[in-house]
Design a protein around this ligand. Structure first.
Ligand SMILES: Nc1nc2c(ncn2[C@@H]2O[C@H](COP(=O)(O)OP(=O)(O)OP(=O)(O)O)[C@@H](O)[C@H]2O)c(=O)[nH]1
Ligand SMILES: [Mg+2]
Length: 301
């Protein structure tokens, strides 16, 4: 923890415990612009982003960098983790991987939506999936991030976003933004205008600081993150075994095998914990799709 950034943001109180580095995760439907947004936050093109009918990011990735205000950041980019058409075991493996990449906890979750797409049950799946997986408190860490800011030709992008949410957005989207304490931001990941790039990242960081302040600087964690930390500890113990002096070779092999078993066992535990959450989500989504497609009930659109 550091007190270096105490003067950086009006949202951070003096009492808040400030993390030495931020874990920011990007969640949302395939193609909504998660990787492009990650690149905008990092200020470089280290995440693969392109127009493609199927998933471009196939596995979660963590990229570290420095924010314009000097803070260290880890951006955790994910595939469409809650896309309903993906197989459950793939989703579960990817969620576990994502949690392991952010094992210290999540300082903010960015729910990435595209301003140019309709808000469908699939969009809702990401929001609902987050709540099912991490519990209702996750909304206290969530920021709704819209991509496609260039589709809007007005320079006052945040004013327009306010207008859009207030007057044009479907009720479900309004509810989602309200549940996230009104935290929303519009990104143009295509802009070449340096000033705009800087402004949108700093707007986002203002929201991240609001999240930090309201959570006392503590990241979101739960039993899944504790399992991931424990697993990382086991891995590091296993790596250190080889350098323990005076350890007999057979004893070393036995200990390593034992640790490997326990390490794998922990992975299975995490998978089954995640699996139980996503099964509930799948059945929810099935019911929602039927309502949405067959009965034309206007759920979120
Ligand atoms: N016009 C415009 N296009 C964008 C914006 N953000 C992303 N895109 C485009 O949207 C497409 C998908 O972007 P990605 O970053 O690959 O989306 P993703 O969510 O990471 O997709 P997956 O990895 O498949 O889950 C790419 O062609 C991006 O260039 C934006 O703000 N404006
Ligand atoms: Mg991607």
């Amino acid at each position: 923890m550091s007190s270096f950034y105490l003067t950086l943001s009006p949202y951070i109180s003096m009492e808040a415990q400030l993390p030495s580095e931020l874990n920011l995760v990007l969640i949302g439907r395939t193609g909504n612009g998660k990787s492009a947004t990650g690149n905008s936050i990092l200020g470089n093109k280290r995440l693969h982003s392109k127009r493609c009918a199927r998933s471009v990011t196939e596995t979660s990735e963590r990229r570290s960098g420095t924010l314009p205000d000097g803070r260290a950041v880890n951006v955790i980019d994910t595939p469409g983790l809650f896309d309903p058409e993906l197989p459950e075991n793939y989703i579960a493996e990817e969620i576990v991987r994502c949690i392991e990449l952010a094992k210290e906890g999540l300082h903010a979750v960015h729910l990435v939506l595209s301003i140019t797409h309709r808000f469908t049950p699939e969009e809702f799946a990401a929001a609902e999936g987050l709540k099912r997986l991490f519990g209702p408190d996750i909304v206290d860490y969530t920021i709704v991030l819209f991509t496609g800011g260039d589709a809007n030709h007005d320079d006052e992008e945040n004013l327009d976003l306010d207008n859009y949410i207030r007057h044009e957005a479907p009720q479900g989207l309004k509810d989602l933004v309200r549940a996230c304490h009104g935290r929303k931001v519009l990104f143009d990941n295509k802009t070449k205008d340096q000033e705009r790039k800087t402004r949108q990242v700093s707007l986002l960081l203002g929201l991240v600081d609001q999240v930090l302040a309201s959570n006392g600087g503590r990241p979101f964690t739960n039993e899944l993150f504790e399992e991931a930390m424990e697993r990382a500890r086991k891995r590091s113990q296993r790596e250190k075994l080889s350098i323990v002096p005076g350890l007999d070779r057979n004893e070393l092999i036995r200990l390593k095998e034992e640790m490997e078993r326990s390490y794998q066992e922990q992975h299975r535990t995490m998978l089954s914990m995640v699996m139980s959450h996503i099964r509930v989500l799948s059945s929810c989504m099935h019911v929602l799709s039927i309502l949405f497609c067959n009965l034309r009930v206007p759920i979120f659109c």
